[in-house]
Write a protein that binds this ligand. Structure first.
Ligand SMILES: *[C@@H]1O[C@H](CO)[C@@H](O)[C@H](O)[C@H]1NC(C)=O
Length: 189
């Protein structure tokens, strides 16, 4: 029965093209490919200009709650990230400091322990996203910057914006927080 089905399948897809018919989908995505970019979701970037604070979320309910406060405006899509743990991705945890109002994001568990000493608390898992730990599969760096005087964090996938925030807005470069898919989605390879 199995053989008959595969013969029928082979005939249906055109046996002349290839004698080794892969199961449907297998040829498109191997285990060593990226998380499916069609599963990536927008990581929304919000900004409160009166206080200079930035906030990011993929959670549409959190985004709309934040924007209900007129101090906040939607700046756009900072990156594309994953809402569930896709191939090769790791959690990108959110830490919030109610004292300063800052939000920061990291995959580094040592950093989380350090920041807990600084008054940050880990936010619920359902609001976290998943990113790549290294630059693979067409991902781009998600830069972390910090305004040390205000103790605010800023993240961007844009090299231009990163330089602008360092040169003009008093931010300090804090390296790469993780790797994301660019705000303008590209094909993964
Ligand atoms: C993780 O965080 C700790 C504490 O901030 C830091 O010393 C270490 O270099 C970080 N590790 C990576 C891989 O960035």
């Amino acid at each position: 029965m199995k053989n008959i089905l595969s013969v029928i399948f082979a005939l249906a897809v055109g046996a002349a093209s290839t004698p080794n018919i892969e199961p449907a989908g297998a040829a498109i995505r191997s285990t060593k490919t990226c998380g499916d970019p069609t599963l990536a979701v927008p990581y929304y970037w919000m900004y409160a200009s009166s206080v200079g604070r930035h906030f990011y979320s993929r959670d549409v309910a959190i985004v709309s709650d934040t924007l209900r406060n007129s101090a906040w405006a939607l700046e756009g899509v900072a990156a594309f990230v994953f809402a569930t743990q896709e191939a090769s991705t790791i959690p990108f945890y959110r830490l919030a400091n109610t004292g300063t109002g800052d939000n920061m994001f990291t995959s580094n568990t040592t950093e989380i322990a350090v920041q807990k000493q600084n008054g940050y608390t880990l936010q619920p898992q359902e609001t976290q996203v998943y990113v790549y730990p290294t630059q693979i599969y067409g991902s781009v760096p998600f830069y972390q910057l910090s305004h040390l005087a205000l103790n605010y964090h800023f993240y961007t996938a844009s090299q231009t914006q990163r330089i602008e925030y360092i040169r003009l807005w008093g931010y300090t470069d804090q390296g790469i927080a993780g790797y994301v898919l660019a705000p303008e989605l590209t094909e993964c390879t």
